[in-house]
Structures are given as structure tokens and as C-alpha cells.
Write a protein that binds this ligand. Structure first.
Ligand code: GDG
Length: 495
């Protein structure tokens, strides 16, 4: 591995490729669809890039390889790494804590120790493939220690970190027994990016409270220790988005539009189709949505002849106990509502516990008159943005939780507090009855907002901030930078 080096390195827990094995047992790789890859592909190509991460299967030790023009550098994880570092510390400690303790976080020293070990393994893999002065972009909460580990091993690197999930208020964050180590880990980066202004504020506050460093938004001054010079860290929001043009193109395909018509027909041509699309996760507020819908059917405000709710609940983290319990809870509620209010010809809820191809997702967005995003806490929520991007007919109503990051931008949605079941019920009725001119006006304004900030804009502005940090660091006379690895990216013209 040591003989390869790259001037732009992205590192995330999961690589953007899936291993597929055909009937004859031959394995190949397929790029997993997702905004992040789409956004970073041009940067990767222009800057001689590599992506470091786990390939998705336990105990698979693979050599680096090329896939669709991207150098892939796998980091192996064992079954026990997955149990302790991934399902344990990442998904049962950090995930609930960072989502405002909607579920109780578990604190286990063994999980933490493995989190440190695995973060070190990722940091070593990155250090091993990074050219002198390279730019490294670390993604998400599973790898919060990587920035400081990398800085120690390779002070020449320019390091960015982006947190895809919220960063909690200090009152909650301070529960974490390893709160200092995580803060120090993140402060190893030159730029720490968050989804919302509030997340960046929470982080800076935690730094002030725990370390006493001076912060003047967006700058955090980190004093030098031993021989290391003082540094400036930028902590600010970069709201993530989707590949808007790609999604629009998908939704404009005649076969996708035909499929949307088919879906409506298959559901018995209800007046209103409501849709929820979520990973099956307690942060997404699926049970709150079901409660509101069930009560509207119970009190006769809605009837199954007129309204159908389609709920896609993509399987997620099924080995974590709280997720298994949630699945049971949701399926019990769906079964009750369908049993109580369904008729032979009309089901109240069409519940789908599996993933779908992107084309089917786009058809569902087109078929949905009302889109329900009722997250109790969500970093951003890309589903809300995808729904808007798909609706070039300027129709459809988005109901959006004020606790999803997307609500900072998508102010023209019907904003709700999902904990307020009566408020949610009123909003659903308002959405169903909304006149066409208001639907158009709101959707027009939402579409303008989503078009202004697509995922390329997100990655461009993050990387531009990183480049500025490099120049500031040089001006400060910080850790002698080679400078020659400063790169620019020419983006192909967008149609
Ligand atoms: C985290 C943060 C933040 C879902 N089911 C299927 C499917 N999906 C796609 C959606 C969307 C994506 O998965 C889900 O993104 P979200 O943003 O809604 O939520 P998380 O997975 O929790 O993502 C979140 C995000 O990171 C990015 O920073 O916005 O707040 O929690 O794109 O369309 N796609 C397909 N089939 C499915 O069944 N093809």
C-alpha cells in the first residue's frame, strides 16, 4: 500500500461500492448510488483521488483497486469490530446521544476502546496513501478521532471533517464519558463542517466549556502543546444536498412517470396518496406519523377510500436491539390500523419493509400528493430534498419536521413539531385540502431553494473553505506546508 499516494483522500466508514457475487460465484463491485459519490467523483478524477473505507463485509482483506475511475482503499473490519466499534459505540452510543437521546445511549468502555483502535486503523490507512501536503476529507461520526490521529502522524496534511448527523447541545453531550477525547479528535481537523448553524454552535460551546479555548465563530483557536504551534480551526455549517439534476432527470423519464400512474391505480385510485420514506430508525418519527394518521381515521376526519399512506421503511441496523424493538412497534401499529380501518378493497397503510431501486423511489415521489417527513431529530434529511427535486410539475405538499436540518432551508414546507400529535393531524388535513395555487406557490419556492444548493455546491464550498484554511495556516507560519499540492477543480458545465 505504501507505494501508492494520492493528493485527495476521502475516508468514510463505508466505501461507496457494494460487492456483488453472481450465480457462478464471481465477485464484482458496483458503485452504490448516493449524493456523496456523485459530488466527489469530479473532484476525485481531477485531483488524483482515493477513497478509504470498509467494503461492507466482515473479515474481508482486500488490496486497493479501481472502480469507475476512483481508487478504492479497503480497511478490513472483523465481526468483533463491527459489534463493538460499529453497532456498539457508533450506533448505540453516539447515534442516540447525538440525536438528543431519543433512545437511551449505552456507554461501554469496551466499545470505546475498540472505537479508538478502529479509528487508528482508518487513520493509518489514510496516512499510508496520502501524498505530501494532500487534502483529506473525513466523513461522519464513526471517525471522529481520525483528524487528530492523522494530524499527529502527518502534520503536513490538510484535514477536513464533516459530521452528517446533528451535534448535540452541551447539556447532553456532557454525558459522554469520552467527551474530551472526541472534541480533541475533531479539533485535529482544519475545518469541521456541520449541517446546521445550531450544530456548529453546539460544537464550539462544547470546546469552550471543556477546553476553555477562545472561539469567535467560525474560528476556534487551539493553543500549541509542546513544540506544536497554535492553530486555527474553522467550525461552520455546510448544509448537504442531493444531485438535483440527476434526480430531476430520473423523475422526468417517461417510464418513471408511467410507473407513478400505475402506483396510484394499484392503490385503488385514492384521492390522496401520502408517503413516508425512511430508514427504519427511531429518529425518523415513523410512530408519531402512524399515530396521527390512525387518529384521523378513528375520528372520521379521513377515510381509507380517500387516503392511503405508503410507508417505505428501509431495513437498517437490524442487529441493534433498539432497532429490533422499533420494528416490532411499527409493525404492530401498522397491523392495528390496517385491521381496524382497512376494507377488502382499500388498505389504510401500504407498508414496505425493503429497499427499492432509485427509479421506484422517484415514481413514489411523483405519485405522492403529500410527503411526510416527521423526524424527531435529523442531520439534514435528503428525502425531503429528493421529493422537491422530483416535482417539476410544481405539485405536491411537503410536511417537514422543524427538527430536521432541511427545515432551515425549506421554509416553504408545512413545518411541524412531530411531538405535537394534534398539530400534526391539523397539518395533514391542511396539506390534503390545500388549493392548487398554494401548492404551486410553495413547491415553486421549495424548488428554487433546492436548486440553489445542490450537492456539488456543498462539496465545492467545503473544499474552498479547506483551501482557504491552508492559506491561513501558511500565513500563520504554522506547520510548514509544501503548498504544491494545492489543487483546483474544473467542473464540467452543468446543463
Ligand atoms: C444521514 C443523516 C443526512 C432510503 N431508502 C431507499 C433509498 N433511500 C435513500 C433516500 C436518501 C437516503 O437513502 C437517506 O438519506 P436521509 O438524509 O433521509 O437519511 P440518513 O440515511 O439517516 O442519512 C441525514 C444524511 O446522512 C446526509 O448527510 O441528511 O440527516 O441521518 O437519499 O432516497 N434509496 C433507494 N432505495 C431505498 O429503498 N434507492
Amino acid at each position: 500500500m505504501a507505494d501508492e499516494s494520492y493528493s485527495f483522500v476521502v475516508v468514510s466508514n463505508r466505501l461507496p461500492v457494494d460487492r456483488v457475487v453472481d450465480e457462478a460465484g464471481n465477485a464484482s463491485w458496483k458503485q452504490s448510488p448516493g449524493g456523496l459519490v456523485t459530488a466527489l467523483e469530479p473532484v476525485m478524477r481531477a485531483a488524483d483521488g482515493a477513497w478509504v473505507g470498509w467494503a461492507g463485509q466482515a473479515d474481508l482483506d482486500l488490496e486497493p483497486f479501481d472502480n469507475a475511475g476512483i481508487r478504492i482503499v479497503p480497511v478490513p473490519l472483523s465481526e468483533s469490530d463491527l459489534e463493538l466499534y460499529y453497532e456498539g459505540f457508533s450506533n448505540d452510543t453516539l447515534w442516540p446521544l447525538y440525536h438528543d437521546v431519543i433512545a437511551q445511549p449505552s456507554y461501554h468502555r469496551e466499545w470505546w476502546e475498540r472505537y479508538v483502535q478502529v479509528n487508528r486503523r482508518f487513520a493509518e490507512a489514510v496516512a499510508g496513501v496520502s501524498a505530501p501536503g494532500a487534502t483529506v476529507w473525513v466523513q461522519d461520526y464513526q471517525l471522529q478521532l481520525v483528524p487528530a490521529m492523522l494530524r499527529e502522524a502527518r502534520p503536513d496534511l490538510l484535514i477536513g471533517f464533516f459530521n452528517h448527523i446533528p451535534f448535540p447541545a452541551y447539556g447532553l453531550y456532557s454525558q459522554l464519558p469520552w467527551r474530551l477525547q472526541i472534541i480533541d479528535g475533531l479539533l485535529g481537523a482544519d475545518v469541521v463542517g456541520f449541517q446546521r448553524v445550531a450544530d456548529a454552535g453546539n460544537f464550539s460551546r462544547a470546546v469552550r466549556r471543556l477546553r476553555g479555548y477562545t472561539t469567535k465563530s467560525p474560528v476556534i483557536e487551539v493553543p500549541g502543546v509542546d513544540d506544536a504551534p497554535a492553530r486555527r480551526v474553522i467550525a461552520k455549517p455546510f448544509p448537504i444536498s442531493i444531485d438535483v439534476a440527476g434526480f430531476q432527470e430520473l423523475a422526468s423519464r417517461p417510464e418513471v412517470q408511467e410507473r407513478a400512474r400505475q402506483i396510484r391505480e394499484d392503490l385503488g385510485n385514492p384521492k390522496t396518496i401520502m408517503l413516508g420514506v425512511d430508514r427504519l430508525d427511531y429518529t425518523k418519527g415513523i410512530t408519531h406519523r402512524l399515530k396521527a394518521f390512525g387518529e384521523l381515521l378513528a375520528d372520521g376526519s379521513l377515510s381509507v377510500e380517500d387516503v392511503t399512506l405508503v410507508q417505505v421503511a428501509t431495513p437498517s441496523r437490524e442487529r441493534v436491539e433498539s432497532y429490533r424493538q422499533l420494528r416490532d412497534e411499527i409493525e404492530l401499529a401498522v397491523g392495528r390500523i390496517n385491521g381496524d380501518y382497512g376494507t377488502i378493497s382499500h388498505q389504510a397503510i401500504s407498508y414496505l419493509h425493503h429497499g427499492f431501486p432509485r427509479e421506484e423511489m422517484a415514481a413514489l415521489y411523483l405519485a405522492a400528493d403529500v410527503m411526510l417527513v416527521t423526524a424527531l431529530r435529523d442531520g439534514m434529511n435528503l428525502v425531503a430534498k429528493e421529493y422537491v427535486a422530483a416535482r417539476s410539475d410544481e405539485d405536491g405538499v411537503l410536511i417537514l419536521s422543524e427538527f430536521a436540518g432541511a427545515s432551515d432551508e425549506l421554509r416553504a414546507a408545512l413545518l411541524v413539531n412531530p411531538h405535537d400529535i394534534d398539530g400534526l393531524k391539523d397539518t395533514i388535513l391542511r396539506a390534503i385540502d390545500m388549493p392548487r395555487h398554494e401548492r404551486r406557490k410553495r413547491m415553486h419556492s421549495l424548488r428554487k431553494k433546492v436548486a440553489e444548493n445542490d450537492v456539488s455546491h456543498w462539496s465545492d464550498s467545503f473544499l474552498a473553505t479547506l483551501r482557504r484554511a491552508r492559506r491561513t495556516r501558511a500565513a500563520w507560519g504554522g506547520s510548514g506546508l509544501p503548498g504544491e499540492a494545492e489543487w483546483t477543480v474544473e467542473r464540467p458545465p452543468q446543463s
